[in-house]
Design a binder for this molecule. Structure first.
Ligand SMILES: [Fe+2]
Ligand SMILES: [Fe+2]
Length: 258
């Protein structure tokens, strides 16, 4: 069976891009589940009920998030069983980092974790993964590891290799080209990339990003406009064993004259 995992959707333009291409991608890849990172889906960053609904209505089955999950203070978003925040937020934080999707013949677990290198000092993602894996009784397990450091991502990939179907990274908004099946069992990609405006710095108006980096002063970021890219991966798994058999990157770029 095939599962699509889509990288951080940025703003209204990113949501609209996801909506334009999700149906055809699902058909093209014969995907039975679509997992989308929505931590930047709201206009002005974060996730809101509106942006979450836009992704769900466009075809997302599960929404994962990351360090911007609570930015808009919309805790109620995480009451939805298929909208996750990283599981290693301290106990008592709103929401959950794990969901089990029941597709009838198969159950698919989606686990969202966040890195701690150059990020918030959350609970140890390796330990939390160990604890949560003990509670899951389906072999089909997909992990979105929202992290900054490639070394931390690859380390978690190897740590979970053979125990989950896929470990893919999100957060950097730039797709990496290191897809492989670790131990012949676990699909891995350091970062899925971004779904949002192509002419941008990680989705943001370039001049604002330049201002921020050049002068080191606070800048209000706005999403860029123009044609978008859609980044992600298709992961093929054996539905009985949960082992990944293939991973292929998706990098779709809209033309200027769309
Ligand atoms: Fe992001
Ligand atoms: Fe992030």
């Amino acid at each position: 069976m095939n599962v699509l995992m889509i990288g951080d959707v940025v703003g209204e333009a990113g949501c609209a891009c996801f909506r334009r291409y999700c149906p055809q991608l699902k058909q093209q890849y014969q995907a039975e589940l679509v997992i989308v990172n929505g931590e930047n889906s709201a206009k002005g960053n974060g996730i809101t009920p509106q942006s979450a609904n836009a992704l769900l209505e466009a075809g997302a089955d599960v929404i994962t998030t990351g360090n911007h999950c609570f930015r808009r203070r919309c805790d109620q978003v995480f009451d939805h069983p298929r909208i996750l925040r990283p599981a290693n937020y301290p106990e008592g934080a709103p929401g959950s980092g794990l969901t089990i999707v029941d597709l009838g013949r198969v159950q698919i677990a989606v686990l969202n974790l966040m890195g701690t290198a150059f990020m918030e000092p959350l609970d140890n993602p390796f330990s939390i993964a160990d604890a949560l894996l003990k509670t899951i009784d389906t072999p089909l397990i997909f992990v979105d590891f929202h992290a900054e450091a490639t070394a931390e991502k690859r380390a978690l990939g190897y740590y979970l290799a053979g125990r989950v179907s896929a470990v893919v990274g999100t957060h950097t908004h730039v797709q990496t080209a290191d897809e492989e099946c670790l131990k012949g069992a676990t699909a891995y990609l350091s970062d899925l990339g971004m779904t949002g405006p192509a002419d941008s710095v990680l989705g943001i108006v370039p001049a604002q990003a330049v201002d921020k980096q050049r002068f080191h002063r606070p800048v209000t970021f706005t999403e860029a406009d123009g044609p978008c890219i859609l980044n992600g991966a298709c992961i093929s798994v054996d539905r009985t064993t949960g082992k990944a058999t293939a991973i292929s990157r998706i990098f779709l770029r809209e033309s200027h004259d769309r």
